[in-house]
Design a protein. Sequence first.
Length: 366
Amino acid sequence: MIDNTELWVRLARVPRLGGQGIQKLCQRIPFSSLWSSDDTALRLSGLSDKQLTAFRAPLNASQQHALRWLEADNHHLIHWGHPDYPYLLSQIASPPPVLFVAGEVTALSKPQLAMVGSRQASIDGREAAYQFAAGLVIEGYTVTSGLALGIDGCAHQGALEKGGQTIAVLGSGLSKIYPAAHRELAKQIQSQGALVSEFFPDTAPRPSHFPRRNRIISGLSVGVFVVEAAEKSGSLITVKYALEQNRDVFALPGSIYNPQSKGCNQLIKSGAKLVETPVDIIEEVGVLTDCTILHQSEEQSRGEDNQQLPFAALLDTVGSDAIPVDVIAGRCQLPVHEVMMQLLELELQGQVTAVPGGYVRTRRGK
């Protein structure tokens, strides 16, 4: 047998599977039984021959490095369905199956505002990024960005120097900090927030990684604030994801003579909110902020009472007879995807078991 961490490391490297694919797989085979299931059962549950080969293959060098990396202090693997997996991120169209995290895991579940912008930022743009980040953390928000040169770095620094939390989402593995000029900044972020990546720790940065990183930046956040961006800036990719994820988009206006402001000015013309102070942002992001706080409070209250089982309302609907997921969702009045996340967590804890036709209760608390 292999432990749960190695099982997630294996699943994360299965091509074209992803978080939702793992969720569907676990609807057919209990997570705890995936490794011990025979190949025929895994094929019938949806794995292709190529996926099955990747799942069964001996751990490659990257996977072995990841397991060693996870042995260090404050190094974590947060998987789909884990109680620390960020709620807002779990709601996007393609949530990563695992996140590698260095630093404070709980920072990922706090209300976050993304700040992005040009790598070739002007002096005014850098100052604005610093000051807005400082203002946002004073109001209790975590500032999330991508550790890039320019606006990203200034946003992280503004948050850090005001004693707030900041999260950096990388387009590389966490053993390959990029850009190298921000290695010291990354250390500060790890001690006062978190470094996050969906890529295995030894993964080098590649151009194709950064759009994927950007969907996580917006997915973690209640809104995206573009401080300074050229007409074809990579920051606008983050905006595209934000709109797809129903996040608010904000932009700082700039001079018509500054090419680094053309992207922001165009966003404002297209409907993004023009921002002059942090208050302009905070006034607009109330609903998602409240949702994040509520979800975090529910998780904390469940953890504070050791005698109370997690997802008690859902557990009350599951008994000794198999109950389909859609029936459970109807009884709990919850979306099916949220019910699946709760069931996966309960399965990992040994509370329920997936069987043909649905789920049954396997253990009851006091």
